[in-house]
Design a protein around this ligand. Structure first.
Ligand code: HEC
Ligand code: HEC
Ligand code: HEC
Length: 478
């Protein structure tokens, strides 16, 4: 009895023990799985952040389209190309890409089928992405993005220009071989992180660096000389101004906090974002961590100024006095007084965080007047951001002012309140911009030339647009 009891107990205890062991084992297994799940989630989240840094969503999403399903139109003089579906759909997207395929597409612009993509995809910069960042991003695209069964649109380019092999030659000639990850020669870790963000994922130079004869970006890092980040040619008729430390046309008068705040909220006391940069802020930089924004700002401020003309002098008060007296006798001043002064003020100082100042604004005094002419003609929307949720609009004046009046008011602003921008716009410049979207040509202006590109209307030749459909204020992608 005792024995039996003991044996029964033993058996039962053994059974309990098994259960216990099994439970512990199960727990251990599920605990391990949970840990693995957490690790995967963390990796996917990191990848989502790298995709934010790289702004994949802005290019790979059509207007009103599904995130990452492609179809954004990019026009060129030889035809139209479309961004592709990079959701994990196995048939239409990149669901069949291995990590290796993905890495090759990101760093070299080579698709799984071996063809080279158009350099509208900024792979020359993405080549800097570290192995860890690419791995995380791969996890995000495979597991964190909803697959969308949407077929890619074929480029609308006819033979022989539609052949892709010349693109591989272009790559071999113009895309430098780079070492992925941080630049080890930079000793300050914050500056090194900033350099990585600007020149790698952020691909800021695609717009802010001028291009050479073959449309290649003239310099991918500060080591490549003065052209690097010294201001780009018009893209979609917006000019990305210099990010070097010049005090007139560059960021010389911006503090590190100004830069970080501009990238986060799209507005600071003396500037407001618009054009192509509005998409960058809305889809990418407003989501960057404060540490990354400050690292970016610190890196940009660490770069020296480059020699340029003087486009800014002291405000002698004459323009303000002329406006206060009714602007009589100066066609540009009259237009300004009746259409612009209510928001931008007689002294051109605007209203903090609402209406940007025009006095001393790099956008106004930069060598090429295309952005200026464009925003006055077509208007602009200051996008709402998480930290500055109100959307403020600059009205377009194409239905209210004649070509001559727009030219007059742009010329007036570029020469008032201390502004000393070069060149004079004519009514025909505005007519071309209005009717065929042609950027203002600075040929014949005595500008401190950044080389050939300063004179070319568009970085890829006339007729290019890059992302004609600004998403900002329209869609909530990613
Ligand atoms: C400035 C616009 C732009 C940005 C930013 C951009 N891409 Fe692209 N990408 C393109 C275009 C345009 C193509 C198609 C080019 C072509 O058809 O030759 C492309 C092609 C690709 C391809 C090849 C697709 C295929 O169908 O085989 C992949 C993969 C890709 N991009 C991934 C990414 C990822 C990931 C990011 C963010 C890290 C990114 N892209 C950011 C414009 C962009
Ligand atoms: C798609 C093209 C494009 C890309 C990519 C781009 N920018 Fe811009 N950026 C512009 C344009 C156009 C402007 C002028 C409009 C404005 O001031 O908002 C501008 C303006 C700016 C300004 C304000 C300069 C001034 O003097 O008013 C800063 C700062 C800036 N960009 C930083 C960056 C940084 C940092 C990156 C990379 C993370 C970047 N941009 C990427 C197009 C671009
Ligand atoms: C209702 C107020 C309002 C009026 C009127 C107005 N603007 Fe603006 N303007 C704005 C706002 C808001 C922005 C910022 C838009 C953005 O960032 O997209 C702006 C931006 C600009 C810019 C770009 C500067 C920069 O750094 O963002 C220029 C140049 C400009 N306006 C010129 C003019 C001219 C010239 C007129 C008259 C013909 C005019 N504006 C009338 C509100 C106004």
């Amino acid at each position: 009895m005792l024995k039996a009891l003991t044996r029964d107990r033993l058996v039962s205890e053994m059974k309990q023990g098994w259960k216990y062991a099994a439970a512990v084992g199960l727990m251990a297994v599920s605990f391990g799985a949970a840990q693995a799940q957490d690790a995967d989630d963390a990796l996917i989240q990191r990848g989502a952040y790298v995709a934010r840094l790289s702004d994949c969503v802005a290019c790979h999403t059509a207007l009103h389209g599904q995130p990452f399903a492609g179809g954004l139109e990019i026009k060129s003089p030889i035809g139209t190309i479309y961004s592709t579906n990079i959701t994990p759909d196995p048939k239409y997207g990149i669901g069949n890409y291995t990590l290796e395929d993905f890495t090759k597409a990101i760093r070299k612009g080579i698709r799984k089928d071996g063809a080279t993509v158009y350099p509208a995809m900024p792979y020359p910069e993405f080549a800097r992405l570290s192995d860890d960042d690419i791995k995380a991003m791969y996890a995000f695209f495979m597991h964190g993005v909803k697959p969308v069964a949407l077929q890619n649109k074929q480029p609308d380019i006819s033979w022989p220009m539609n052949m892709r092999w010349p693109l591989a030659i272009w790559r071999a000639m113009f895309v430098p071989t780079v070492t992925p990850g941080l630049d080890k020669s930079i000793s300050d870790p914050e500056v090194a992180r900033g350099e990585y963000l600007v020149n790698g994922p952020g691909h800021c130079g695609e717009c802010h660096t001028p291009r050479g004869m073959a449309m290649q970006v003239k310099g991918y890092t500060a080591k490549d000389g003065n052209a690097y980040l010294s201001g780009g040619a018009p893209i979609d008729n917006w000019i990305a101004p210099s990010l070097r430390s010049n005090s007139d046309t560059g960021l010389g008068r911006w503090s590190e906090d100004d830069i970080a705040e501009f990238l986060k909220s799209g507005r600071i006391d003396h500037s407001a974002v618009f054009g192509g940069m509005a998409d960058v802020v809305a889809y990418s930089t407003q989501h960057w961590t404060d540490d990354d924004l400050h690292a970016t700002a610190k890196y940009l401020k660490s770069m020296p100024a480059v020699p340029e003309g003087k486009n800014l002098g002291q405000d002698d008060g004459k323009a303000t006095a002329l406006l206060e007296a009714g602007g009589k006798g100066d066609a540009g001043a009259e237009v300004y007084l009746h259409n612009c002064a209510i928001c931008h003020m007689n002294d051109g100082t605007g209203v903090n965080r609402m209406f940007p100042p025009l006095a001393g604004n790099p956008v106004v005094i930069t060598d090429n007047a295309t952005s200026m002419a464009n925003i006055v003609t077509f208007g602009g929307i200051l996008p709402p951001t998480n930290t500055a949720p109100s959307a403020v609009a600059m009205p377009g004046f194409r239905d209210h002012l004649s070509d001559q009046q727009i030219a007059d008011v742009v010329n007036f602003m570029r020469k008032s309140w201390g502004n000393q921008a070069p060149g004079t716009l004519s009514a025909s410049d505005i007519r071309k911009l209005r009717t065929s979207g042609t950027a203002v040509s600075t040929a014949g202006w005595n500008v401190s030339s950044k080389g050939w590109m300063a004179y070319m209307p568009q970085p890829y030749g006339e007729g290019w647009t890059f992302s004609p459909q600004t998403h900002t204020g329209v869609d909530q992608a990613q």
